[in-house]
Structures are given as C-alpha cells and as structure tokens.
Design a protein around this ligand. Sequence first.
Ligand code: AR6
Length: 167
Amino acid sequence: MNILRTIQADITTLKLDAIVNAANSSLLGGGGVDGAIHRAAGPDLVHACRLLGGCKTGEAKITPGFRLPANYVIHTVGPVWRGGNADEAALLARCYQNSLALALANGVQSIAFPCISTGIFGYPAEQAAQLACHTVQEFMAKEPSISEVVFCCFSAADLVLYQALLA
Ligand code: AR6
C-alpha cells in the first residue's frame, strides 16, 4: 500500500529518497525553496546542475542530493501564474507527473514535493493544491512502486489546504 501525506517542514531536512525543487529554467539556483535546497546541498549541487543544460517549464531533471539527507533532488520548473489562461494548470500537472516518472526511473520510492509555483511564481495556493493532490493520486494509483509521497508545506496555511484535500 502506498502513502500520501502532508507535513509542515523545511523540505531540506527530510530524509527521503528524493526531494523536489521548485526551480527556474536555468537550474542555477534562486530564492525560495530553490535557494534553501542549494544552500543545504552545498556547492556541488550547482556544479551538477550546470551540466544539465537547463530545464523547460513542466519538465524535470535529477541530481544527487550531495549534503542533503535526501539521496536525490528532482528539479522541476513550474509555470509563472499569468491569470490562468496561459496553460498554467497543464504545465503544473506536468511538473508533478514528470517528477514522479523520473523518480520511478531512478528507483526512488519516497519523495517530497514543495508547493510548486505558489511562491515567487504566484500560482494561487488552493488551485495548486487541488491540482497537486489530483495529479499525484492519479499517478500513484497506476504506479504502486512509489511507496510514499509527501506534500511538504512551508506555511501553516498550505498545511490546512492539503489536510482538507487529503482527509
Ligand atoms: N521548504 C519547503 N517549502 C519551502 C521552503 C523550504 N525550505 N522555502 C520556501 N518554500 P518558491 P516558485 C515554499 O517561491 O513559486 C525561485 O527563485 C514556499 O512557501 O520557492 O515555484 C526559483 O529559482 C512556497 O509554498 O517557488 C524560481 O525562480 C513554495 O515553496 C522561482 O523561485 C514555492 O515557492 C520559483 O517560484
């Protein structure tokens, strides 16, 4: 049986097979969760990212976790919110799907997601949470080898949203 749960935490502290980074298309670091992951992983992470040639919106790439407790970082690039008619929902769904597909291809069984796109990129938190839950539940129903997915909320407000959706 696989588990889908939510917690409030700093994602860099989680000892799972992989954590997901809400990156930008350069993959060379930034603010928010991206900055926190690069600081905690150490400088080897940006060196590894330089070799990846960037990442398009909705796609995902994988690196080791270096100094992080997690073995891998899966970097995905969420859409910038432009009002909702610029394919944002489809692109955000692809972030979750492509991250999980890459996890599967690398033998990752436990993985944590931050609330992709809902910080600096401005995606409305509730809409993003609904889409994240739906997309991940659909994937897990088809792929039982992913044993644990954690929605890692940084804010108490996000935790409440995910708790309601997963209840
Ligand atoms: N652990 C877990 N979640 C966190 C952490 C943390 N340590 N820090 C922030 N969050 P954001 P985006 C939450 O802005 O909207 C970067 O500059 C935060 O509260 O990190 O996808 C990139 O380089 C929010 O819920 O990512 C891109 O340029 C969520 O993580 C751009 O920001 C996402 O917020 C990406 O913007």
